[in-house]
Design a protein around this ligand. Structure first.
Ligand SMILES: [Zn+2]
Length: 531
């Protein structure tokens, strides 16, 4: 395969973008002038992630979010698997305002297809194992029997539903001639789309492309692909399948799913659009918020280095990188994918690799203008603290800068005077706070799921403006019960800007409250809350 870079002006952006144009050894260029449909299986395969169980209410919220971002099909579940699953699929189908087609999964038995139809799905997805290992050890059927069942179940499903997807399960470990025969049988029986699953994630991009090209030449219906991430190739294999002629891709938000998960929605969409030049119907600006929603419901944090949606995806700490990005964001970012495109933010971060330019910029933003010598001292102090393994927040930077420049900033907007907590094994956690906000005394009480939650809610209730808590982390310094709890939090102001701050105390509720107060004062310092 030969990869060559050509410079081409993008129609959407005034910037000159580098687009990678891929020529294959056959010299046949991939036709990228088409729209790839996105089939999301977060609610079905994603929910099969060990330890994940979405409530019916969460599933409805997820379905609305997937509809809002523009996926084409939602696989809502496997109605025949339980009465509860049936009811949830039925609810998703009946829910107003959900635009994508709703698909239900079915084994190759008529009863499963009937349950999908009773639930009200728009698409039935029937599957049958086709690899020798799965045929022998799961359904105990010969290839000839599988062929006969495929013909029968696909035509039965088609008699009940206009959209029928057929999956030869474990396709990538199926004898190619047998796989082809099964796909042709499904196509002839009326399948509207054939899905090629890499069920145990053992394919490679070049193999996947070959398989799809082979099937493409022999069937009339559309082709879909479902890749697992056992070797970390799910997204790469999915892209290769599209290059081989697949019309639709199966993904999950944050790549959740069985074992190592599935191809990830945000990565797949951004690669298809930004690198390859295909179109999708996804509103990419909502990718980050969608990822956060699933992370919260699934209770699986997104790793900071996760491509596209991870916390660090557009963060810069090192001096050379920060300086480059401040001059031109394309220097140390892909350029063809910006934080704005995916609903993310670019952030300069404080740490031991931070450079003078970034620090100067951050201080100038809050009207602190240190001399060269003062700036050197501030940078040295930041590097010293973070070199000892401690996280430095923006609030710490302002305190250090005030200290070194001697410009004591006394306009603290929010001063916490008192905080009390009431909690217990049979009590509703409640917190009361008294604070001075813009010199005015305020008192507030709130209940919460725990004492920290109650305290945060009480403080946010008296904070001016609409401030949202974006992240909360607590760690213990030293191991005993007298350990110092270190809390780092991030808040977002009305303008979408993120501020971080931290505090330490042997009482983690007090540490949490102080961290929030510090963050609120940083928002104020950056010109938030001004009326
Ligand atoms: Zn799967």
């Amino acid at each position: 395969m030969l990869v060559c870079l050509t410079k081409k002006r993008s129609e959407q952006s005034p910037q000159t973008l580098w687009r990678i144009v891929i020529y294959y050894n056959t010299n046949s260029k991939v036709n990228t002038n088409r729209t790839v449909s996105i089939f999301d299986t977060t609610l079905r395969d994603g929910e099969q992630t060990p330890g994940i169980s979405f409530t019916p209410e969460q599933k409805i919220i997820i379905a609305h979010q997937l509809s809002d971002i523009g996926v084409d099909v939602i696989e809502a579940g496997f109605p025949a698997s339980s009465d509860a699953e049936f009811e949830t699929v039925k609810r998703v189908c009946a829910e107003e305002g959900i635009r994508p087609l709703i698909c239900g999964l079915a084994r190759s038995v008529k009863g499963d297809v009937d349950r999908c139809i009773e639930a009200g799905v728009d698409m039935v997805h029937v599957f049958i194992p086709t690899s020798k290992i799965q045929r022998t050890y799961t359904i105990k059927k010969s290839h000839a029997e599988v062929l006969a069942i495929t013909r029968e179940i696909v035509s039965y499903a088609r008699s009940k539903c206009d959209n029928v997807m057929f999956s030869p399960m474990d396709a990538t470990r199926t004898e190619p001639s047998e796989l082809l025969e099964v796909c042709i049988a499904a196509d002839e029986a009326g399948a509207t789309i054939i899905n090629i699953p890499d069920t145990v994630g053992v394919s490679t991009p070049s193999a996947m492309r070959e398989i799809i090209m082979m099937i493409r030449k022999n069937v009339k219906c559309r082709i879909d692909v479902h890749c697992h991430n056992d070797f970390g190739l799910a997204t790469a294999n999915t892209i290769a399948a599209v290059e081989g002629g697949a019309d639709q891709v199966q993904v999950t938000v944050n790549g959740i799913g069985e074992r190592a998960g599935n191809a990830e929605l945000a990565q797949t969409v951004m690669i298809l659009q930004s690198i390859c030049g295909f179109r999708t119907n996804i509103t990419t600006e909502k990718l980050v918020e969608t990822s956060r929603l699933i992370s919260r419901f699934a209770q699986i944090p997104v790793p900071p280095m996760q491509p596209v949606v991870g916390e660090n995806a557009f963060s810069h700490e090192s001096g050379i990188h920060s300086q480059g990005v401040m001059a031109n964001t394309g220097t140390f970012e892909p350029g063809i994918m910006t934080p704005e495109m995916v609903g993310h933010r670019r952030r300069l971060k404080l740490g031991k690799h931070v450079g003078k330019h970034a620090i100067r910029q951050m201080l100038e933003d809050v009207n602190i203008r240190p001399s060269e010598t003062e700036l050197d001292s501030i940078v040295a102090k930041i590097k010293d603290i973070s070199g000892r393994g401690k996280k430095v927040t923006e609030f710490d930077l302002f305190e250090i800068a005030d200290d070194i420049t001697g410009s004591h900033y006394d306009k603290k907007m929010f001063i916490l005077d008192d905080i009390s907590i009431f909690t217990g094994s049979h009590a509703i956690p409640t917190s009361s706070v008294r604070a001075s906000v813009h010199g005015e005394d305020k008192i507030c009480s709130r209940t919460g799921v725990g004492p920290v939650d109650a305290a945060m809610k009480a403080l946010l209730a008296i904070a001016p403006g609409k401030i949202q808590l974006k992240s909360y982390q607590v760690e213990a310094i030293s191991g005993g019960t007298d350990a110092l709890g270190c809390v780092t939090i991030e808040v977002e102001d009305e303008k979408g800007r993120i501020f971080d701050a931290g505090a330490s105390n042997t009482d983690i509720v007090i540490a949490s409250a102080e961290a929030l107060v510090n963050a609120l004062n940083s928002v104020y310092r950056y010109g938030g809350f001004e009326t």
